[in-house]
Write a protein of this length. Structure first.
Length: 95
């Protein structure tokens, strides 16, 4: 997690960008089912999200209902696309 603050030129507002990464929603209670990500975000982190001009969340897994797996090394991670509404509700602008 990082917050980047950009100082604006005279007369324009500053911008802050909050970036969080490697979020894997399939590990939430309910497995691959939709769940509220707000339940795993601390108040401190939620305050940083809310105070940022832009909040970015890097997802560690694709949001998909597909059942097939691609040929790759490592685990096959995926999460239900319905989690997108919860990501937006948590205050993230980009995921």
């Amino acid at each position: 997690m990082h917050t980047i603050r950009l100082r604006a030129k005279h007369g324009t507002p500053d911008i802050s960008i909050f970036v969080a990464g490697d979020f894997c929603p399939m590990h939430l209670k309910g497995g691959r089912r939709s769940s509220d990500i707000g339940s795993v975000i601390s108040k401190t982190v939620q305050d940083r999200i809310n105070s940022s001009s832009i909040a970015v969340l890097n997802l560690e897994a694709p949001l998909t209902r597909k059942r097939y797996k691609i040929l790759k090394c490592g685990p096959h991670l995926k999460a239900n696309p319905s989690i997108a509404a919860s990501i937006k509700k948590a205050g993230f602008h980009i995921a």
